[in-house]
Design a binder for this molecule. Sequence first.
Ligand SMILES: Cc1ncc(COP(=O)(O)O)c(C=O)c1O
Length: 372
Amino acid sequence: MVKFYDLQKITAMHGAEYKRAVERVIDSGWFLQGEENKRFEKHYAEYIGTKNCVAVANGLDALKLIIRAYKEMGVMSDGDEIIVPANTYIATIIAISDNNLVPVLVEPTWEHLEIDTDRIEEAITPRTKGIMIVHLYGRNAYNEKLKAICEKYHLKLMEDCAQAQGCRAYSQKRVGALGDAAAHSFYPGKNLGAFGDAGAVTTDDDELASVIRALANYGSQKKYVFKYIGMNSRMSELDAAVLDVKLKYLDEDNRKRQKLAAYYYDHISNPLITLPKRIPDENNVYHQFPIFCERRDELQEYLKQQGIQTLIHYPIPPHKQECYRKPTGGRLVYSALPITERIHEQELSIPMNQVVTEEEAKAVVEAINSFK
Ligand SMILES: Cc1ncc(COP(=O)(O)O)c(C=O)c1O
């Protein structure tokens, strides 16, 4: 059996260090807003390459808080539009509609699976206030054209980095330091995963960081004085301590993912399967390794019979979800989305992480290549 994601094995790699970190927090008797959060925020900001990092409770909150803060700062308001790839995880879209803004869905390219920069300008209206790119499956979605569009139309460039911690863009900057603000998720299954929910915002904008920090703490910058109607979205000291240990190993873990991806690219040769385009010199951190097949469900069942666990990311695209079909669901703007729909119909994620052994990788390839 090749597991899709063996979190027990992944955790055991540095188990003793995690236990020491957790014990330190328990002994300190201090569980929120303490030294562990400060240390992790400092190290993560240094790692990403931004002036600020604000630790929050999860990735969805990180996304929501960026938009909410822009509203408090007068940069965005109800009914404004944000351009977003149509093939993202629902959280990116919820963060926009929950703030009473309108998600405008743009197709990805079939080759890269990231937002199609050539289709962004046609989606811009006088109400467009920002572009939220998503570095999906671990691959950088940023390029210079995107930056030029944001400058031309005075748009905020926001990044959803939930699936791409550690990835460097072509400029050698890491994702999370490319736009005006970035959201990160440390959900346990992410490349940098906590022992529960956790997230962060990175930004060079000091004012934005300070508004987000207040909003995540009930809207307060001073104890019992409330400047905004905020929320409670803080990272626990336990998670901050664990993440600070894990961060040291992130680049090494990502290199293992890249080695496994290279093996898959070199050895998967079944004509029924399409692999994502391999881009020389790109720094993809392979949060997932998506493969595509017209008979995807049959392939998944076949691999299961061969002992290979797989997952679909994602079976239903956001624009077809029930939550956006109800009158309470908020408005989505989009035209035909054939590429998005094809991705959702054909995508299958195969085992991709730092503990897949050579033997397991070989078994995955053999099973895929023997599918007829
Ligand atoms: C692209 C993307 N954005 C946002 C999120 C939300 O992060 P979280 O689960 O920490 O709230 C996820 C998590 O799965 C994600 O994959």
